[in-house]
Design a protein around this ligand. Structure first.
Ligand code: NAP
Length: 300
């Protein structure tokens, strides 16, 4: 099996490649941890199929997807920048993928491609496993709520009926649009004190200080923290010990945000668990059986 396949490989599929029946399409894709994780799951489950990385450019995506049934593939994952485009290229979308407008998992059924989104549900499972709480019991603040990952997380929080949801985004209009779309989930009143159940705020110290006093879980869904030179997404002085801080970034494993949070006595987790659980849910969609979580986690 090659380290990375291309569209040309898919077009000229040879007998040597027949074992590859699953893969991740991305641009770039070389860094993806999904092949290691999913091949560990396939081996542990005794399934005679392999999962590979495919470097597919945006203009190649439609053809690459249409080749999946012809190559006897079971399905595929999509990563940047293909998730939104793929939603318009599959034959059917499951409900959550349709709501988010993005697909990260495809199941091949005959000649048809069915699109799913396991990022939001994977996040919910990650929070349950990391902090032993359900989203419905939490007041959540999301940084980067207008981005692909942030939107999926915010929609999942809304669907699960979280107590309150605060959306923060550099481009505030995007956060406002999302808040409008999520309004129906927050109609029911809850006993919460002098705060709205759903709002958008600026990333200013004064606004955040007030919001964080009424928040349980803070999520970073921006790329801030991937580089050492990045400014902190949240000033250390604002992090209180009652908070749970989830950074969707997993490389580096401990961002400046997570370091500050540990020092402040808050509970923390990085995005590796979200990666794990979205992958486990994809495995369940393809094979209709539980994913071997321990083997997948060990491979990461
Ligand atoms: P995206 O669609 O490009 O969204 C990026 C978000 O971050 C947007 O809300 C954007 O705000 C905001 N942002 C970008 N640069 C910023 C800055 N300098 N200051 C403030 N906000 C900024 O990206 P994505 O696909 O959602 O990915 C976001 C993060 O999720 C990535 O960094 C990645 O580490 C993480 N991720 C984790 C997993 C996992 O499984 N754990 C999977 C995929 C991605 P605007 O809307 O204003 O541009």
């Amino acid at each position: 099996m090659k380290d990375v396949y291309t569209l040309a490989d898919l077009r000229n599929w040879s007998g040597d490649d027949a074992a590859v029946r699953l893969g991740v399409f991305g641009d770039p894709v070389e860094h993806s941890l999904s092949p290691k994780m999913q091949n560990a799951a396939l081996e542990k489950s005794g399934i005679a199929a392999r999962y590979a990385a495919f470097h597919i450019h945006p203009e190649e995506l439609a053809e690459a997807l249409r080749l999946l049934p012809a190559r006897n593939c079971i399905g595929a994952n999509l990563t940047l920048p293909h998730k939104v485009a793929a939603a318009g290229m599959v034959d059917e979308l499951e409900t959550f993928a349709a709501e988010v407008g993005a697909v990260n998992t495809i199941r091949v059924e005959g000649d048809k491609l069915i699109g799913f989104n396991t990022d939001g549900p994977g996040f919910a499972r990650a929070i349950r496993h990391e902090f032993w709480v359900d989203l419905r019991d939490l007041r959540v603040l999301v940084f980067g709520a207008g981005g692909g990952v942030g939107q999926g997380i915010a929609r999942q929080c809304a669907r699960e009926g979280c107590e309150r949801l605060v959306l923060v985004n550099r481009d505030r209009d995007k956060a406002k649009q999302l808040a409008e779309a999520l309004q129906p989930f927050f109609k029911e009143a809850r006993v919460l004190g002098p705060v709205a159940r759903l709002e958008t705020v600026e990333r200013t110290e004064a606004a955040l200080r007030f919001q964080l006093a009424n928040t349980d879980l803070v999520v970073n869904a921006t790329p801030l923290g991937m580089k050492r030179s990045d400014p902190p997404v949240l000033a250390e002085s604002l992090i209180a010990p009652h908070l749970m801080i989830y950074d969707t970034i997993y490389a580096p494993p401990r961002t400046a945000l997570l370091k500050s949070a540990v020092e402040a006595g808050a509970r923390t987790a990085n995005g590796l668990s979200m990666l794990l659980h979205q992958g486990a849910l994809a495995f369940e969609i393809w094979f209709d059986r539980d994913a071997p979580l321990d083997a997948m986690r060990a491979a990461l």
